[in-house]
Ligand binder design. Structure first.
Ligand code: ATP
Ligand code: MG
Length: 582
């Protein structure tokens, strides 16, 4: 392609709204333009890169035996009501009512649709296993779209769904996808960690997340210091804390007047205590009809995924003010565990609370707290509806299996799930087995964020000059830069090299603009083409051109007659390096 004929609107200014390098660079390099919050247009360079990623994903999915299909982006709400996920996805779903009053949503994912598809046309074990995938647009009305295409409201996702007859077959499909993912991310030049993940609103029994380690990532990965265990923060299980030192005197309960002091920080300041001494009492609505109280230390954070599991996997939500008043008898901020067990369906106590000797908590009376609350004495630690569990986020001071924890940030680029029979049972995806018995399919689902791969690659591959992209997903593999446009020899030689590179099968950009060398160099660095070949007056007089990898500081002089062969050799070598990294 010729630069002069392409739409590559690079910009010097740093876009004000972009907080992280990949977002800034994708705008500056003319890859994307924002339309509205969380929606972006791809310009020719960005789209070329994106299509390269799509190709890699498609090749690896096909090689792993998955079959590409295409399902509608408009999905009927009644299908979502059948699995109850219309509630789980909540406001994240872009919903609409059509002219006939039918409720619909823009696809945030497609388990319901693909399962009903299979339900209609698969009836025998002989038709299984199958793995169906699509690469198309998904919509999620993210609460906080940000970081450009890393978290957008509209994005390209590859979603695959396997349908299996039994656990062994599901394991096999899961493993095939897992291996395909390793190859996909390696071929895209991304370093990645594979960590255990929570199944969340997807449901199911097992999940792994593929995460690109990166300081600006929104995900937190927890690993043991011997690296034998890795999980994301939603999933990471911690050891119960040892029981606190019981040698201190245990004082009787003491009610203290704390007018208008409702938050943990305020109570601590007011009473001269520490958050770790506070027993936070949170009241939840569980499913449609139940309530639960969750006790957690003041310095800890509730882990919603873990708490949901303890509540039987149903939708949970912090109770509203009215329910809090009904249950605790006090204004928000003054609930405590004393006497609450009998008023709710479950009293869920985090391990760390059970390890406390005494604590401070709300008195179930507006404007009052109590000191010297003793777990086991002032509220039950066992019996009836009491559950002691790990329901909080891991912290730096926790351990797992006795080992210290390391925290790393990362970008989730893909996730695989074993779903079991949740969807097939509810939507009737059943088959007759060898004996003629009717059974629900076992399912797996496997997602990849295509746009996130590109953004993550730039997030970890950049310098002050611009993007540094892997050869497999850069918009071009090589750029030819004639830097003296007024010299007919330079122009002719650049044209010859360009033509021969195209003939040799390289993906080449020729910067044929009538621009100063500095402009050309800056743009080449900004858009991040991995290899550049400069044709200039001075070296050409010696019979040379200059070849430079984007990452290298200095070019290498190469005889012009050998330049094409040399460039093709480096391109090939760069591709081999990516394959080898997997
Ligand atoms: P996140 O936790 O980041 O919101 P998720 O776990 O909800 O993502 P999945 O349902 O697992 O996402 O979707 C599969 C893949 O789609 C993710 O691994 C991610 O790469 C991509 N993805 C999800 N949400 C977005 C988004 N808002 N913008 C861009 N890509 C996304
Ligand atoms: Mg995910």
């Amino acid at each position: 392609m010729r630069y002069s004929q392409m739409f590559i609107p690079t910009v010097k200014e740093i876009p004000a709204e972009a907080e992280i390098p990949s977002h800034r660079l994708m705008i500056r390099a003319g890859f994307i333009r924002k339309l509205a919050s969380g929606t972006y247009s791809y310009l020719p360079l960005g789209w070329r890169s994106l299509l390269k990623i799509v190709n890699i994903v498609r090749q690896e999915m096909n090689a792993a035996g998955a079959q590409e299909i295409s399902m509608p982006i408009i999905q009927p709400m009644e299908l979502w009501a059948k699995t109850g996920r219309d509630k789980d996805y909540g406001e994240t779903m872009c919903r609409f009512t059509d002219r006939h009053g039918r409720e619909g949503a823009l696809a945030p994912t497609a388990e319901e649709v693909v399962t009903s598809l299979v339900a209609a046309d698969i009836s025998s074990y002989k038709q299984l296993p199958i793995n169906l995938y699509q690469i198309n647009t998904k919509f999620r009305d993210e609460f906080r779209p940000r970081f450009g295409v890393l978290r957008s409201r509209e994005f390209l996702m590859k979603d695959a769904y396997s349908f299996n007859t039994d656990a062994n077959s599901l394991n096999e499909s899961y493993q095939q996808m897992y291996e395909a993912y390793r190859r996909i991310f390696s071929r895209c030049g991304l370093p990645f960690l594979i960590v255990e993940a929570e199944t969340g609103e997807m449901g199911g029994s097992q999940s792994h997340q593929f995460t690109v380690p990166c300081e600006t990532g929104e995900d937190i990965i927890v690993q043991t210091d011997d690296l034998s265990y890795a999980a994301n923060l939603e999933k990471a299980e911690v050891d119960p804390l040892p029981r606190e030192d019981a040698s201190a005197d245990i004082e009787p309960l003491e009610e203290v007047h704390t007018p208008g002091v409702g938050t943990i920080e305020d109570v601590c300041a007011f009473l001269g205590t520490q958050p770790a001494q506070m027993i936070k009492t949170l009241i939840y609505e569980v499913g449609e009809t139940q309530t639960a109280v969750c006790l957690i230390r003041g310095d800890h954070e509730v882990n919603n995924e873990k708490l949901t599991q303890v509540c039987g996997g149903v939708h949970i939500e912090l109770a509203d003010e009215k329910t809090i008043r009904e249950v605790s008898g006090a204004a928000v901020g003054f609930a405590g565990p004393m006497g609450l067990a009998g008023k709710v369906d479950k009293l869920i106590i985090d391990h760390a609370i059970a390890a406390m000797i005494t604590g401070v908590t709300g008195a179930n009376k507006t404007d009052y707290h109590v000191r010297n609350v003793v777990p086991g004495r002032d509220f039950p630690l066992e019996g009836g509806n009491v559950v002691i569990a790990d329901v909080r986020n891991a912290t730096q001071s926790d351990t797992h299996g006795g080992k210290k924890l390391l925290f790393t940030r990362g970008i989730e680029v893909g996730q695989v799930f074993k779903l079991g029979t949740k969807y097939s049972e509810l939507l009737g995806a059943k088959f007759d087995d060898e004996t003629g018995a009717d059974k629900p399919c076992l399912m797996g689902c496997y997602g990849i964020g295509i746009n996130r791969i590109l953004a993550a690659a730039i997030e970890i591959g950049n310098d002050e000059k611009g993007c540094i992209l892997p050869i497999s997903i850069a918009p071009f593999e090589i750029e030819v830069l004639p830097i003296n446009n007024d010299s007919p020899d330079v122009v002719a030689e650049a044209e010859r090299i360009y033509r021969q590179l195209v003939e040799a099968g390289a993906d080449v950009l020729l910067d044929d603009r009538n621009a100063r060398p500095g402009v050309k160099f800056n743009d080449a660095d900004l858009i991040g083409v991995p290899l550049r070949l400069v044709v200039g007056d001075r070296s050409l007089r010696e019979g040379d051109v200059e070849i430079k990898r984007r990452r290298e500081p200095k070019p290498t002089a190469t005889p012009a007659s050998e330049a094409v062969a040399k460039a093709m050799e480096i391109i090939d070598q760069m591709k081999q390096e990516l394959l080898a990294s997997g």
